[in-house]
Design a protein around this ligand. Structure first.
Ligand code: ADP
Ligand code: MG
Length: 465
């Protein structure tokens, strides 16, 4: 989208305002800066006069008295002609984004009122609710997430920005949002005056579009550009949304230049995010990119033990072990299962046994059974046909290995959620057309050759146990 001349001017003014603030921040030091300059907002430039607004008359008077000359002179060095400054008081009729945010939050309170441990952000944690439960203390660390955990802690505790951005990625329900919340809590606790913004990419976009519509983009930019720590969750959401990406890119650059810490999460690494502009992708990968791997049995058991403990209900060891073994999809589902058992026992008053666990969780267990890994498939198929596992990845074309390999490819398509290219990569880097060809071929053989259909029936039943 083309920006109008007016918008460009506004952008330019905002940039100068950021520069001026930065200069003063250096000149005056952090404390004075936070007390007097940071609360100011740029309203507009009117006939060479800078119009700022303050929320209190204390700030207004002090700034007008003490900082007018300095602000004007720095400004004039960027844009000759500027020669005066006025600070207005922010009136009630002025519907700033901040107020809109509070409205949204009020809605959140209503929506979340049944969850007593959710808190709504006040004026300085904008837009999204932080969950009190989501702290570092409540995060169970294991090999799949230890790097992400360490990086998040480092960002939360560092005096200076250690890497920018911190980019966390991984599948659904593996703890990205948890770590971001944890970072926010630590930073807020250490220094409540720091402005921490935690927002989902979806809300970021929503706010941006709303600002565009109400011609309030300047305010929007200022809101975001005056933060100390910006965290945007689920960045994949703005894939394909060009205009939001554009705005995000500028906000991002402005913040990084100012030394503001940025933390992002997504379901894929920056490189694998489709529908993202190249320059944005590359910018996202500048800092530290760290993934959260799917859970292991040990991690799942650790999480279950810690949750069981804090629930105050005693679970037999074999029940926790059983759940950890069977429910592999993600932590959210793991917790859901535990909660269901807790609800069931407290409502029905039965003691928890392995037997009634299986009963209560039957549908979840069925769904999880379907989640076979590609490695399982390759292993079982190799065993079944007495060939070496390495033949699954080789390019050898003798019939004794080609058919088993094709069966494994076929089963991978049938039993996992992986795409053809992904399956290809897992078979020693084969092209997706090879996998498609294998799938079709086995499909055909299934109808013609009763031995093969028997093999496949057997393999499927082995793999679903
Ligand atoms: P994501 O944002 O990656 O989709 P979440 O952070 O929302 O996942 O995590 C889903 C649920 O699982 C949350 O309730 C979170 O507290 C919990 N969870 C995830 N990983 C862990 C962990 N390592 N230790 C404790 N709880 C976890
Ligand atoms: Mg999340």
């Amino acid at each position: 989208m083309e920006f109008s001349k007016e918008t460009k001017n506004k952008n330019h003014n905002i940039e100068i305002w950021e520069k001026v603030k930065n200069r003063l921040r250096k000149e005056l030091g952090e404390t004075l800066y936070r007390s007097w300059l940071k609360p100011l907002k740029l309203k507009k430039i009117n006939n060479n006069t800078i119009i700022l607004s303050a929320e209190t008359s204390l700030v207004r008077d002090r700034v007008e008295r003490q900082y007018t000359d300095r602000i004007v002179s720095i400004w004039a060095s960027e844009k000759p002609g500027i020669n005066d400054l006025k600070v207005s008081l922010e009136g009630d009729k002025n519907l700033s984004i901040l107020k809109d945010k509070n409205r949204i939050n009020n809605k959140n309170i209503i929506q979340n009122s049944y969850q007593s441990d959710k808190i709504t952000n006040n004026e300085d944690i904008l837009l999204s609710t932080l969950d009190k439960r989501l702290t570092f203390e409540n995060f169970v660390v294991g090999s799949p997430n230890e790097l992400a955990f360490a990086a998040a802690k480092r960002v939360a505790e560092a005096e200076f920005v250690p890497f920018n951005p911190l980019f966390l990625y991984g599948g659904v329900g593996l703890g990205k949002t948890h770590l971001m919340n944890a970072i926010a809590w630590v930073i807020k606790k250490k220094d409540p005056s720091r402005k921490v913004v935690y927002i989902s990419a979806e809300k970021f976009m929503y706010q941006f579009i709303k600002a565009l519509r109400s011609k309030d983009v300047m305010n929007f930019k200022q809101e975001f550009r005056s933060v100390d720590v910006l965290m945007i969750d689920d960045v994949q959401f703005i894939s394909g949304k060009e205009h939001t990406q554009e705005e995000f890119f500028h906000t991002f650059n402005a913040l990084v230049d100012r030394g503001c810490q940025i933390v992002l999460s997504a379901d894929k690494s920056p490189n694998d995010l489709s529908g993202m502009e190249e320059r944005l992708k590359s910018r996202l990968g500048w800092g530290l990119v760290t993934d959260i791997q799917p859970t292991t049995y040990e991690l799942r058991l650790g999480i279950l033990q810690s949750r069981a403990e804090s629930s105050g209900i005693s679970f037999p060891k074999e029940v926790l072990e059983f759940i950890a073994q069977k429910i592999k999809s993600n932590v959210r589902e793991l917790e859901g299962s535990l909660n269901r058992i807790i609800a069931h026992t407290t409502l029905v008053g039965k003691i928890i046994t392995l037997e009634n666990t299986i009963d209560v969780l039957s549908d979840v267990l069925r769904a999880n059974n379907k989640l076979v890994t590609i490695e399982d498939i390759q292993k079982k198929v190799a065993e079944h046909f007495s060939i070496k596992m390495s033949e699954m990845f080789s390019a050898r074309r003798s019939k004794s290995v080609v058919i088993p390999r094709q069966i494994a490819m076929y089963l991978a398509k049938e039993l996992t959620n992986l795409s053809y290219p992904e399956i290809g990569r897992n078979f020693g880097g084969k092209d997706h057309t090879t996998i498609i060809h294998a799938s079709k071929k086995i499909d055909k053989l299934l109808n013609e050759n009763s031995n093969i259909s028997e093999d496949i029936r057997l393999l499927k039943s082995i793999l679903s146990n």
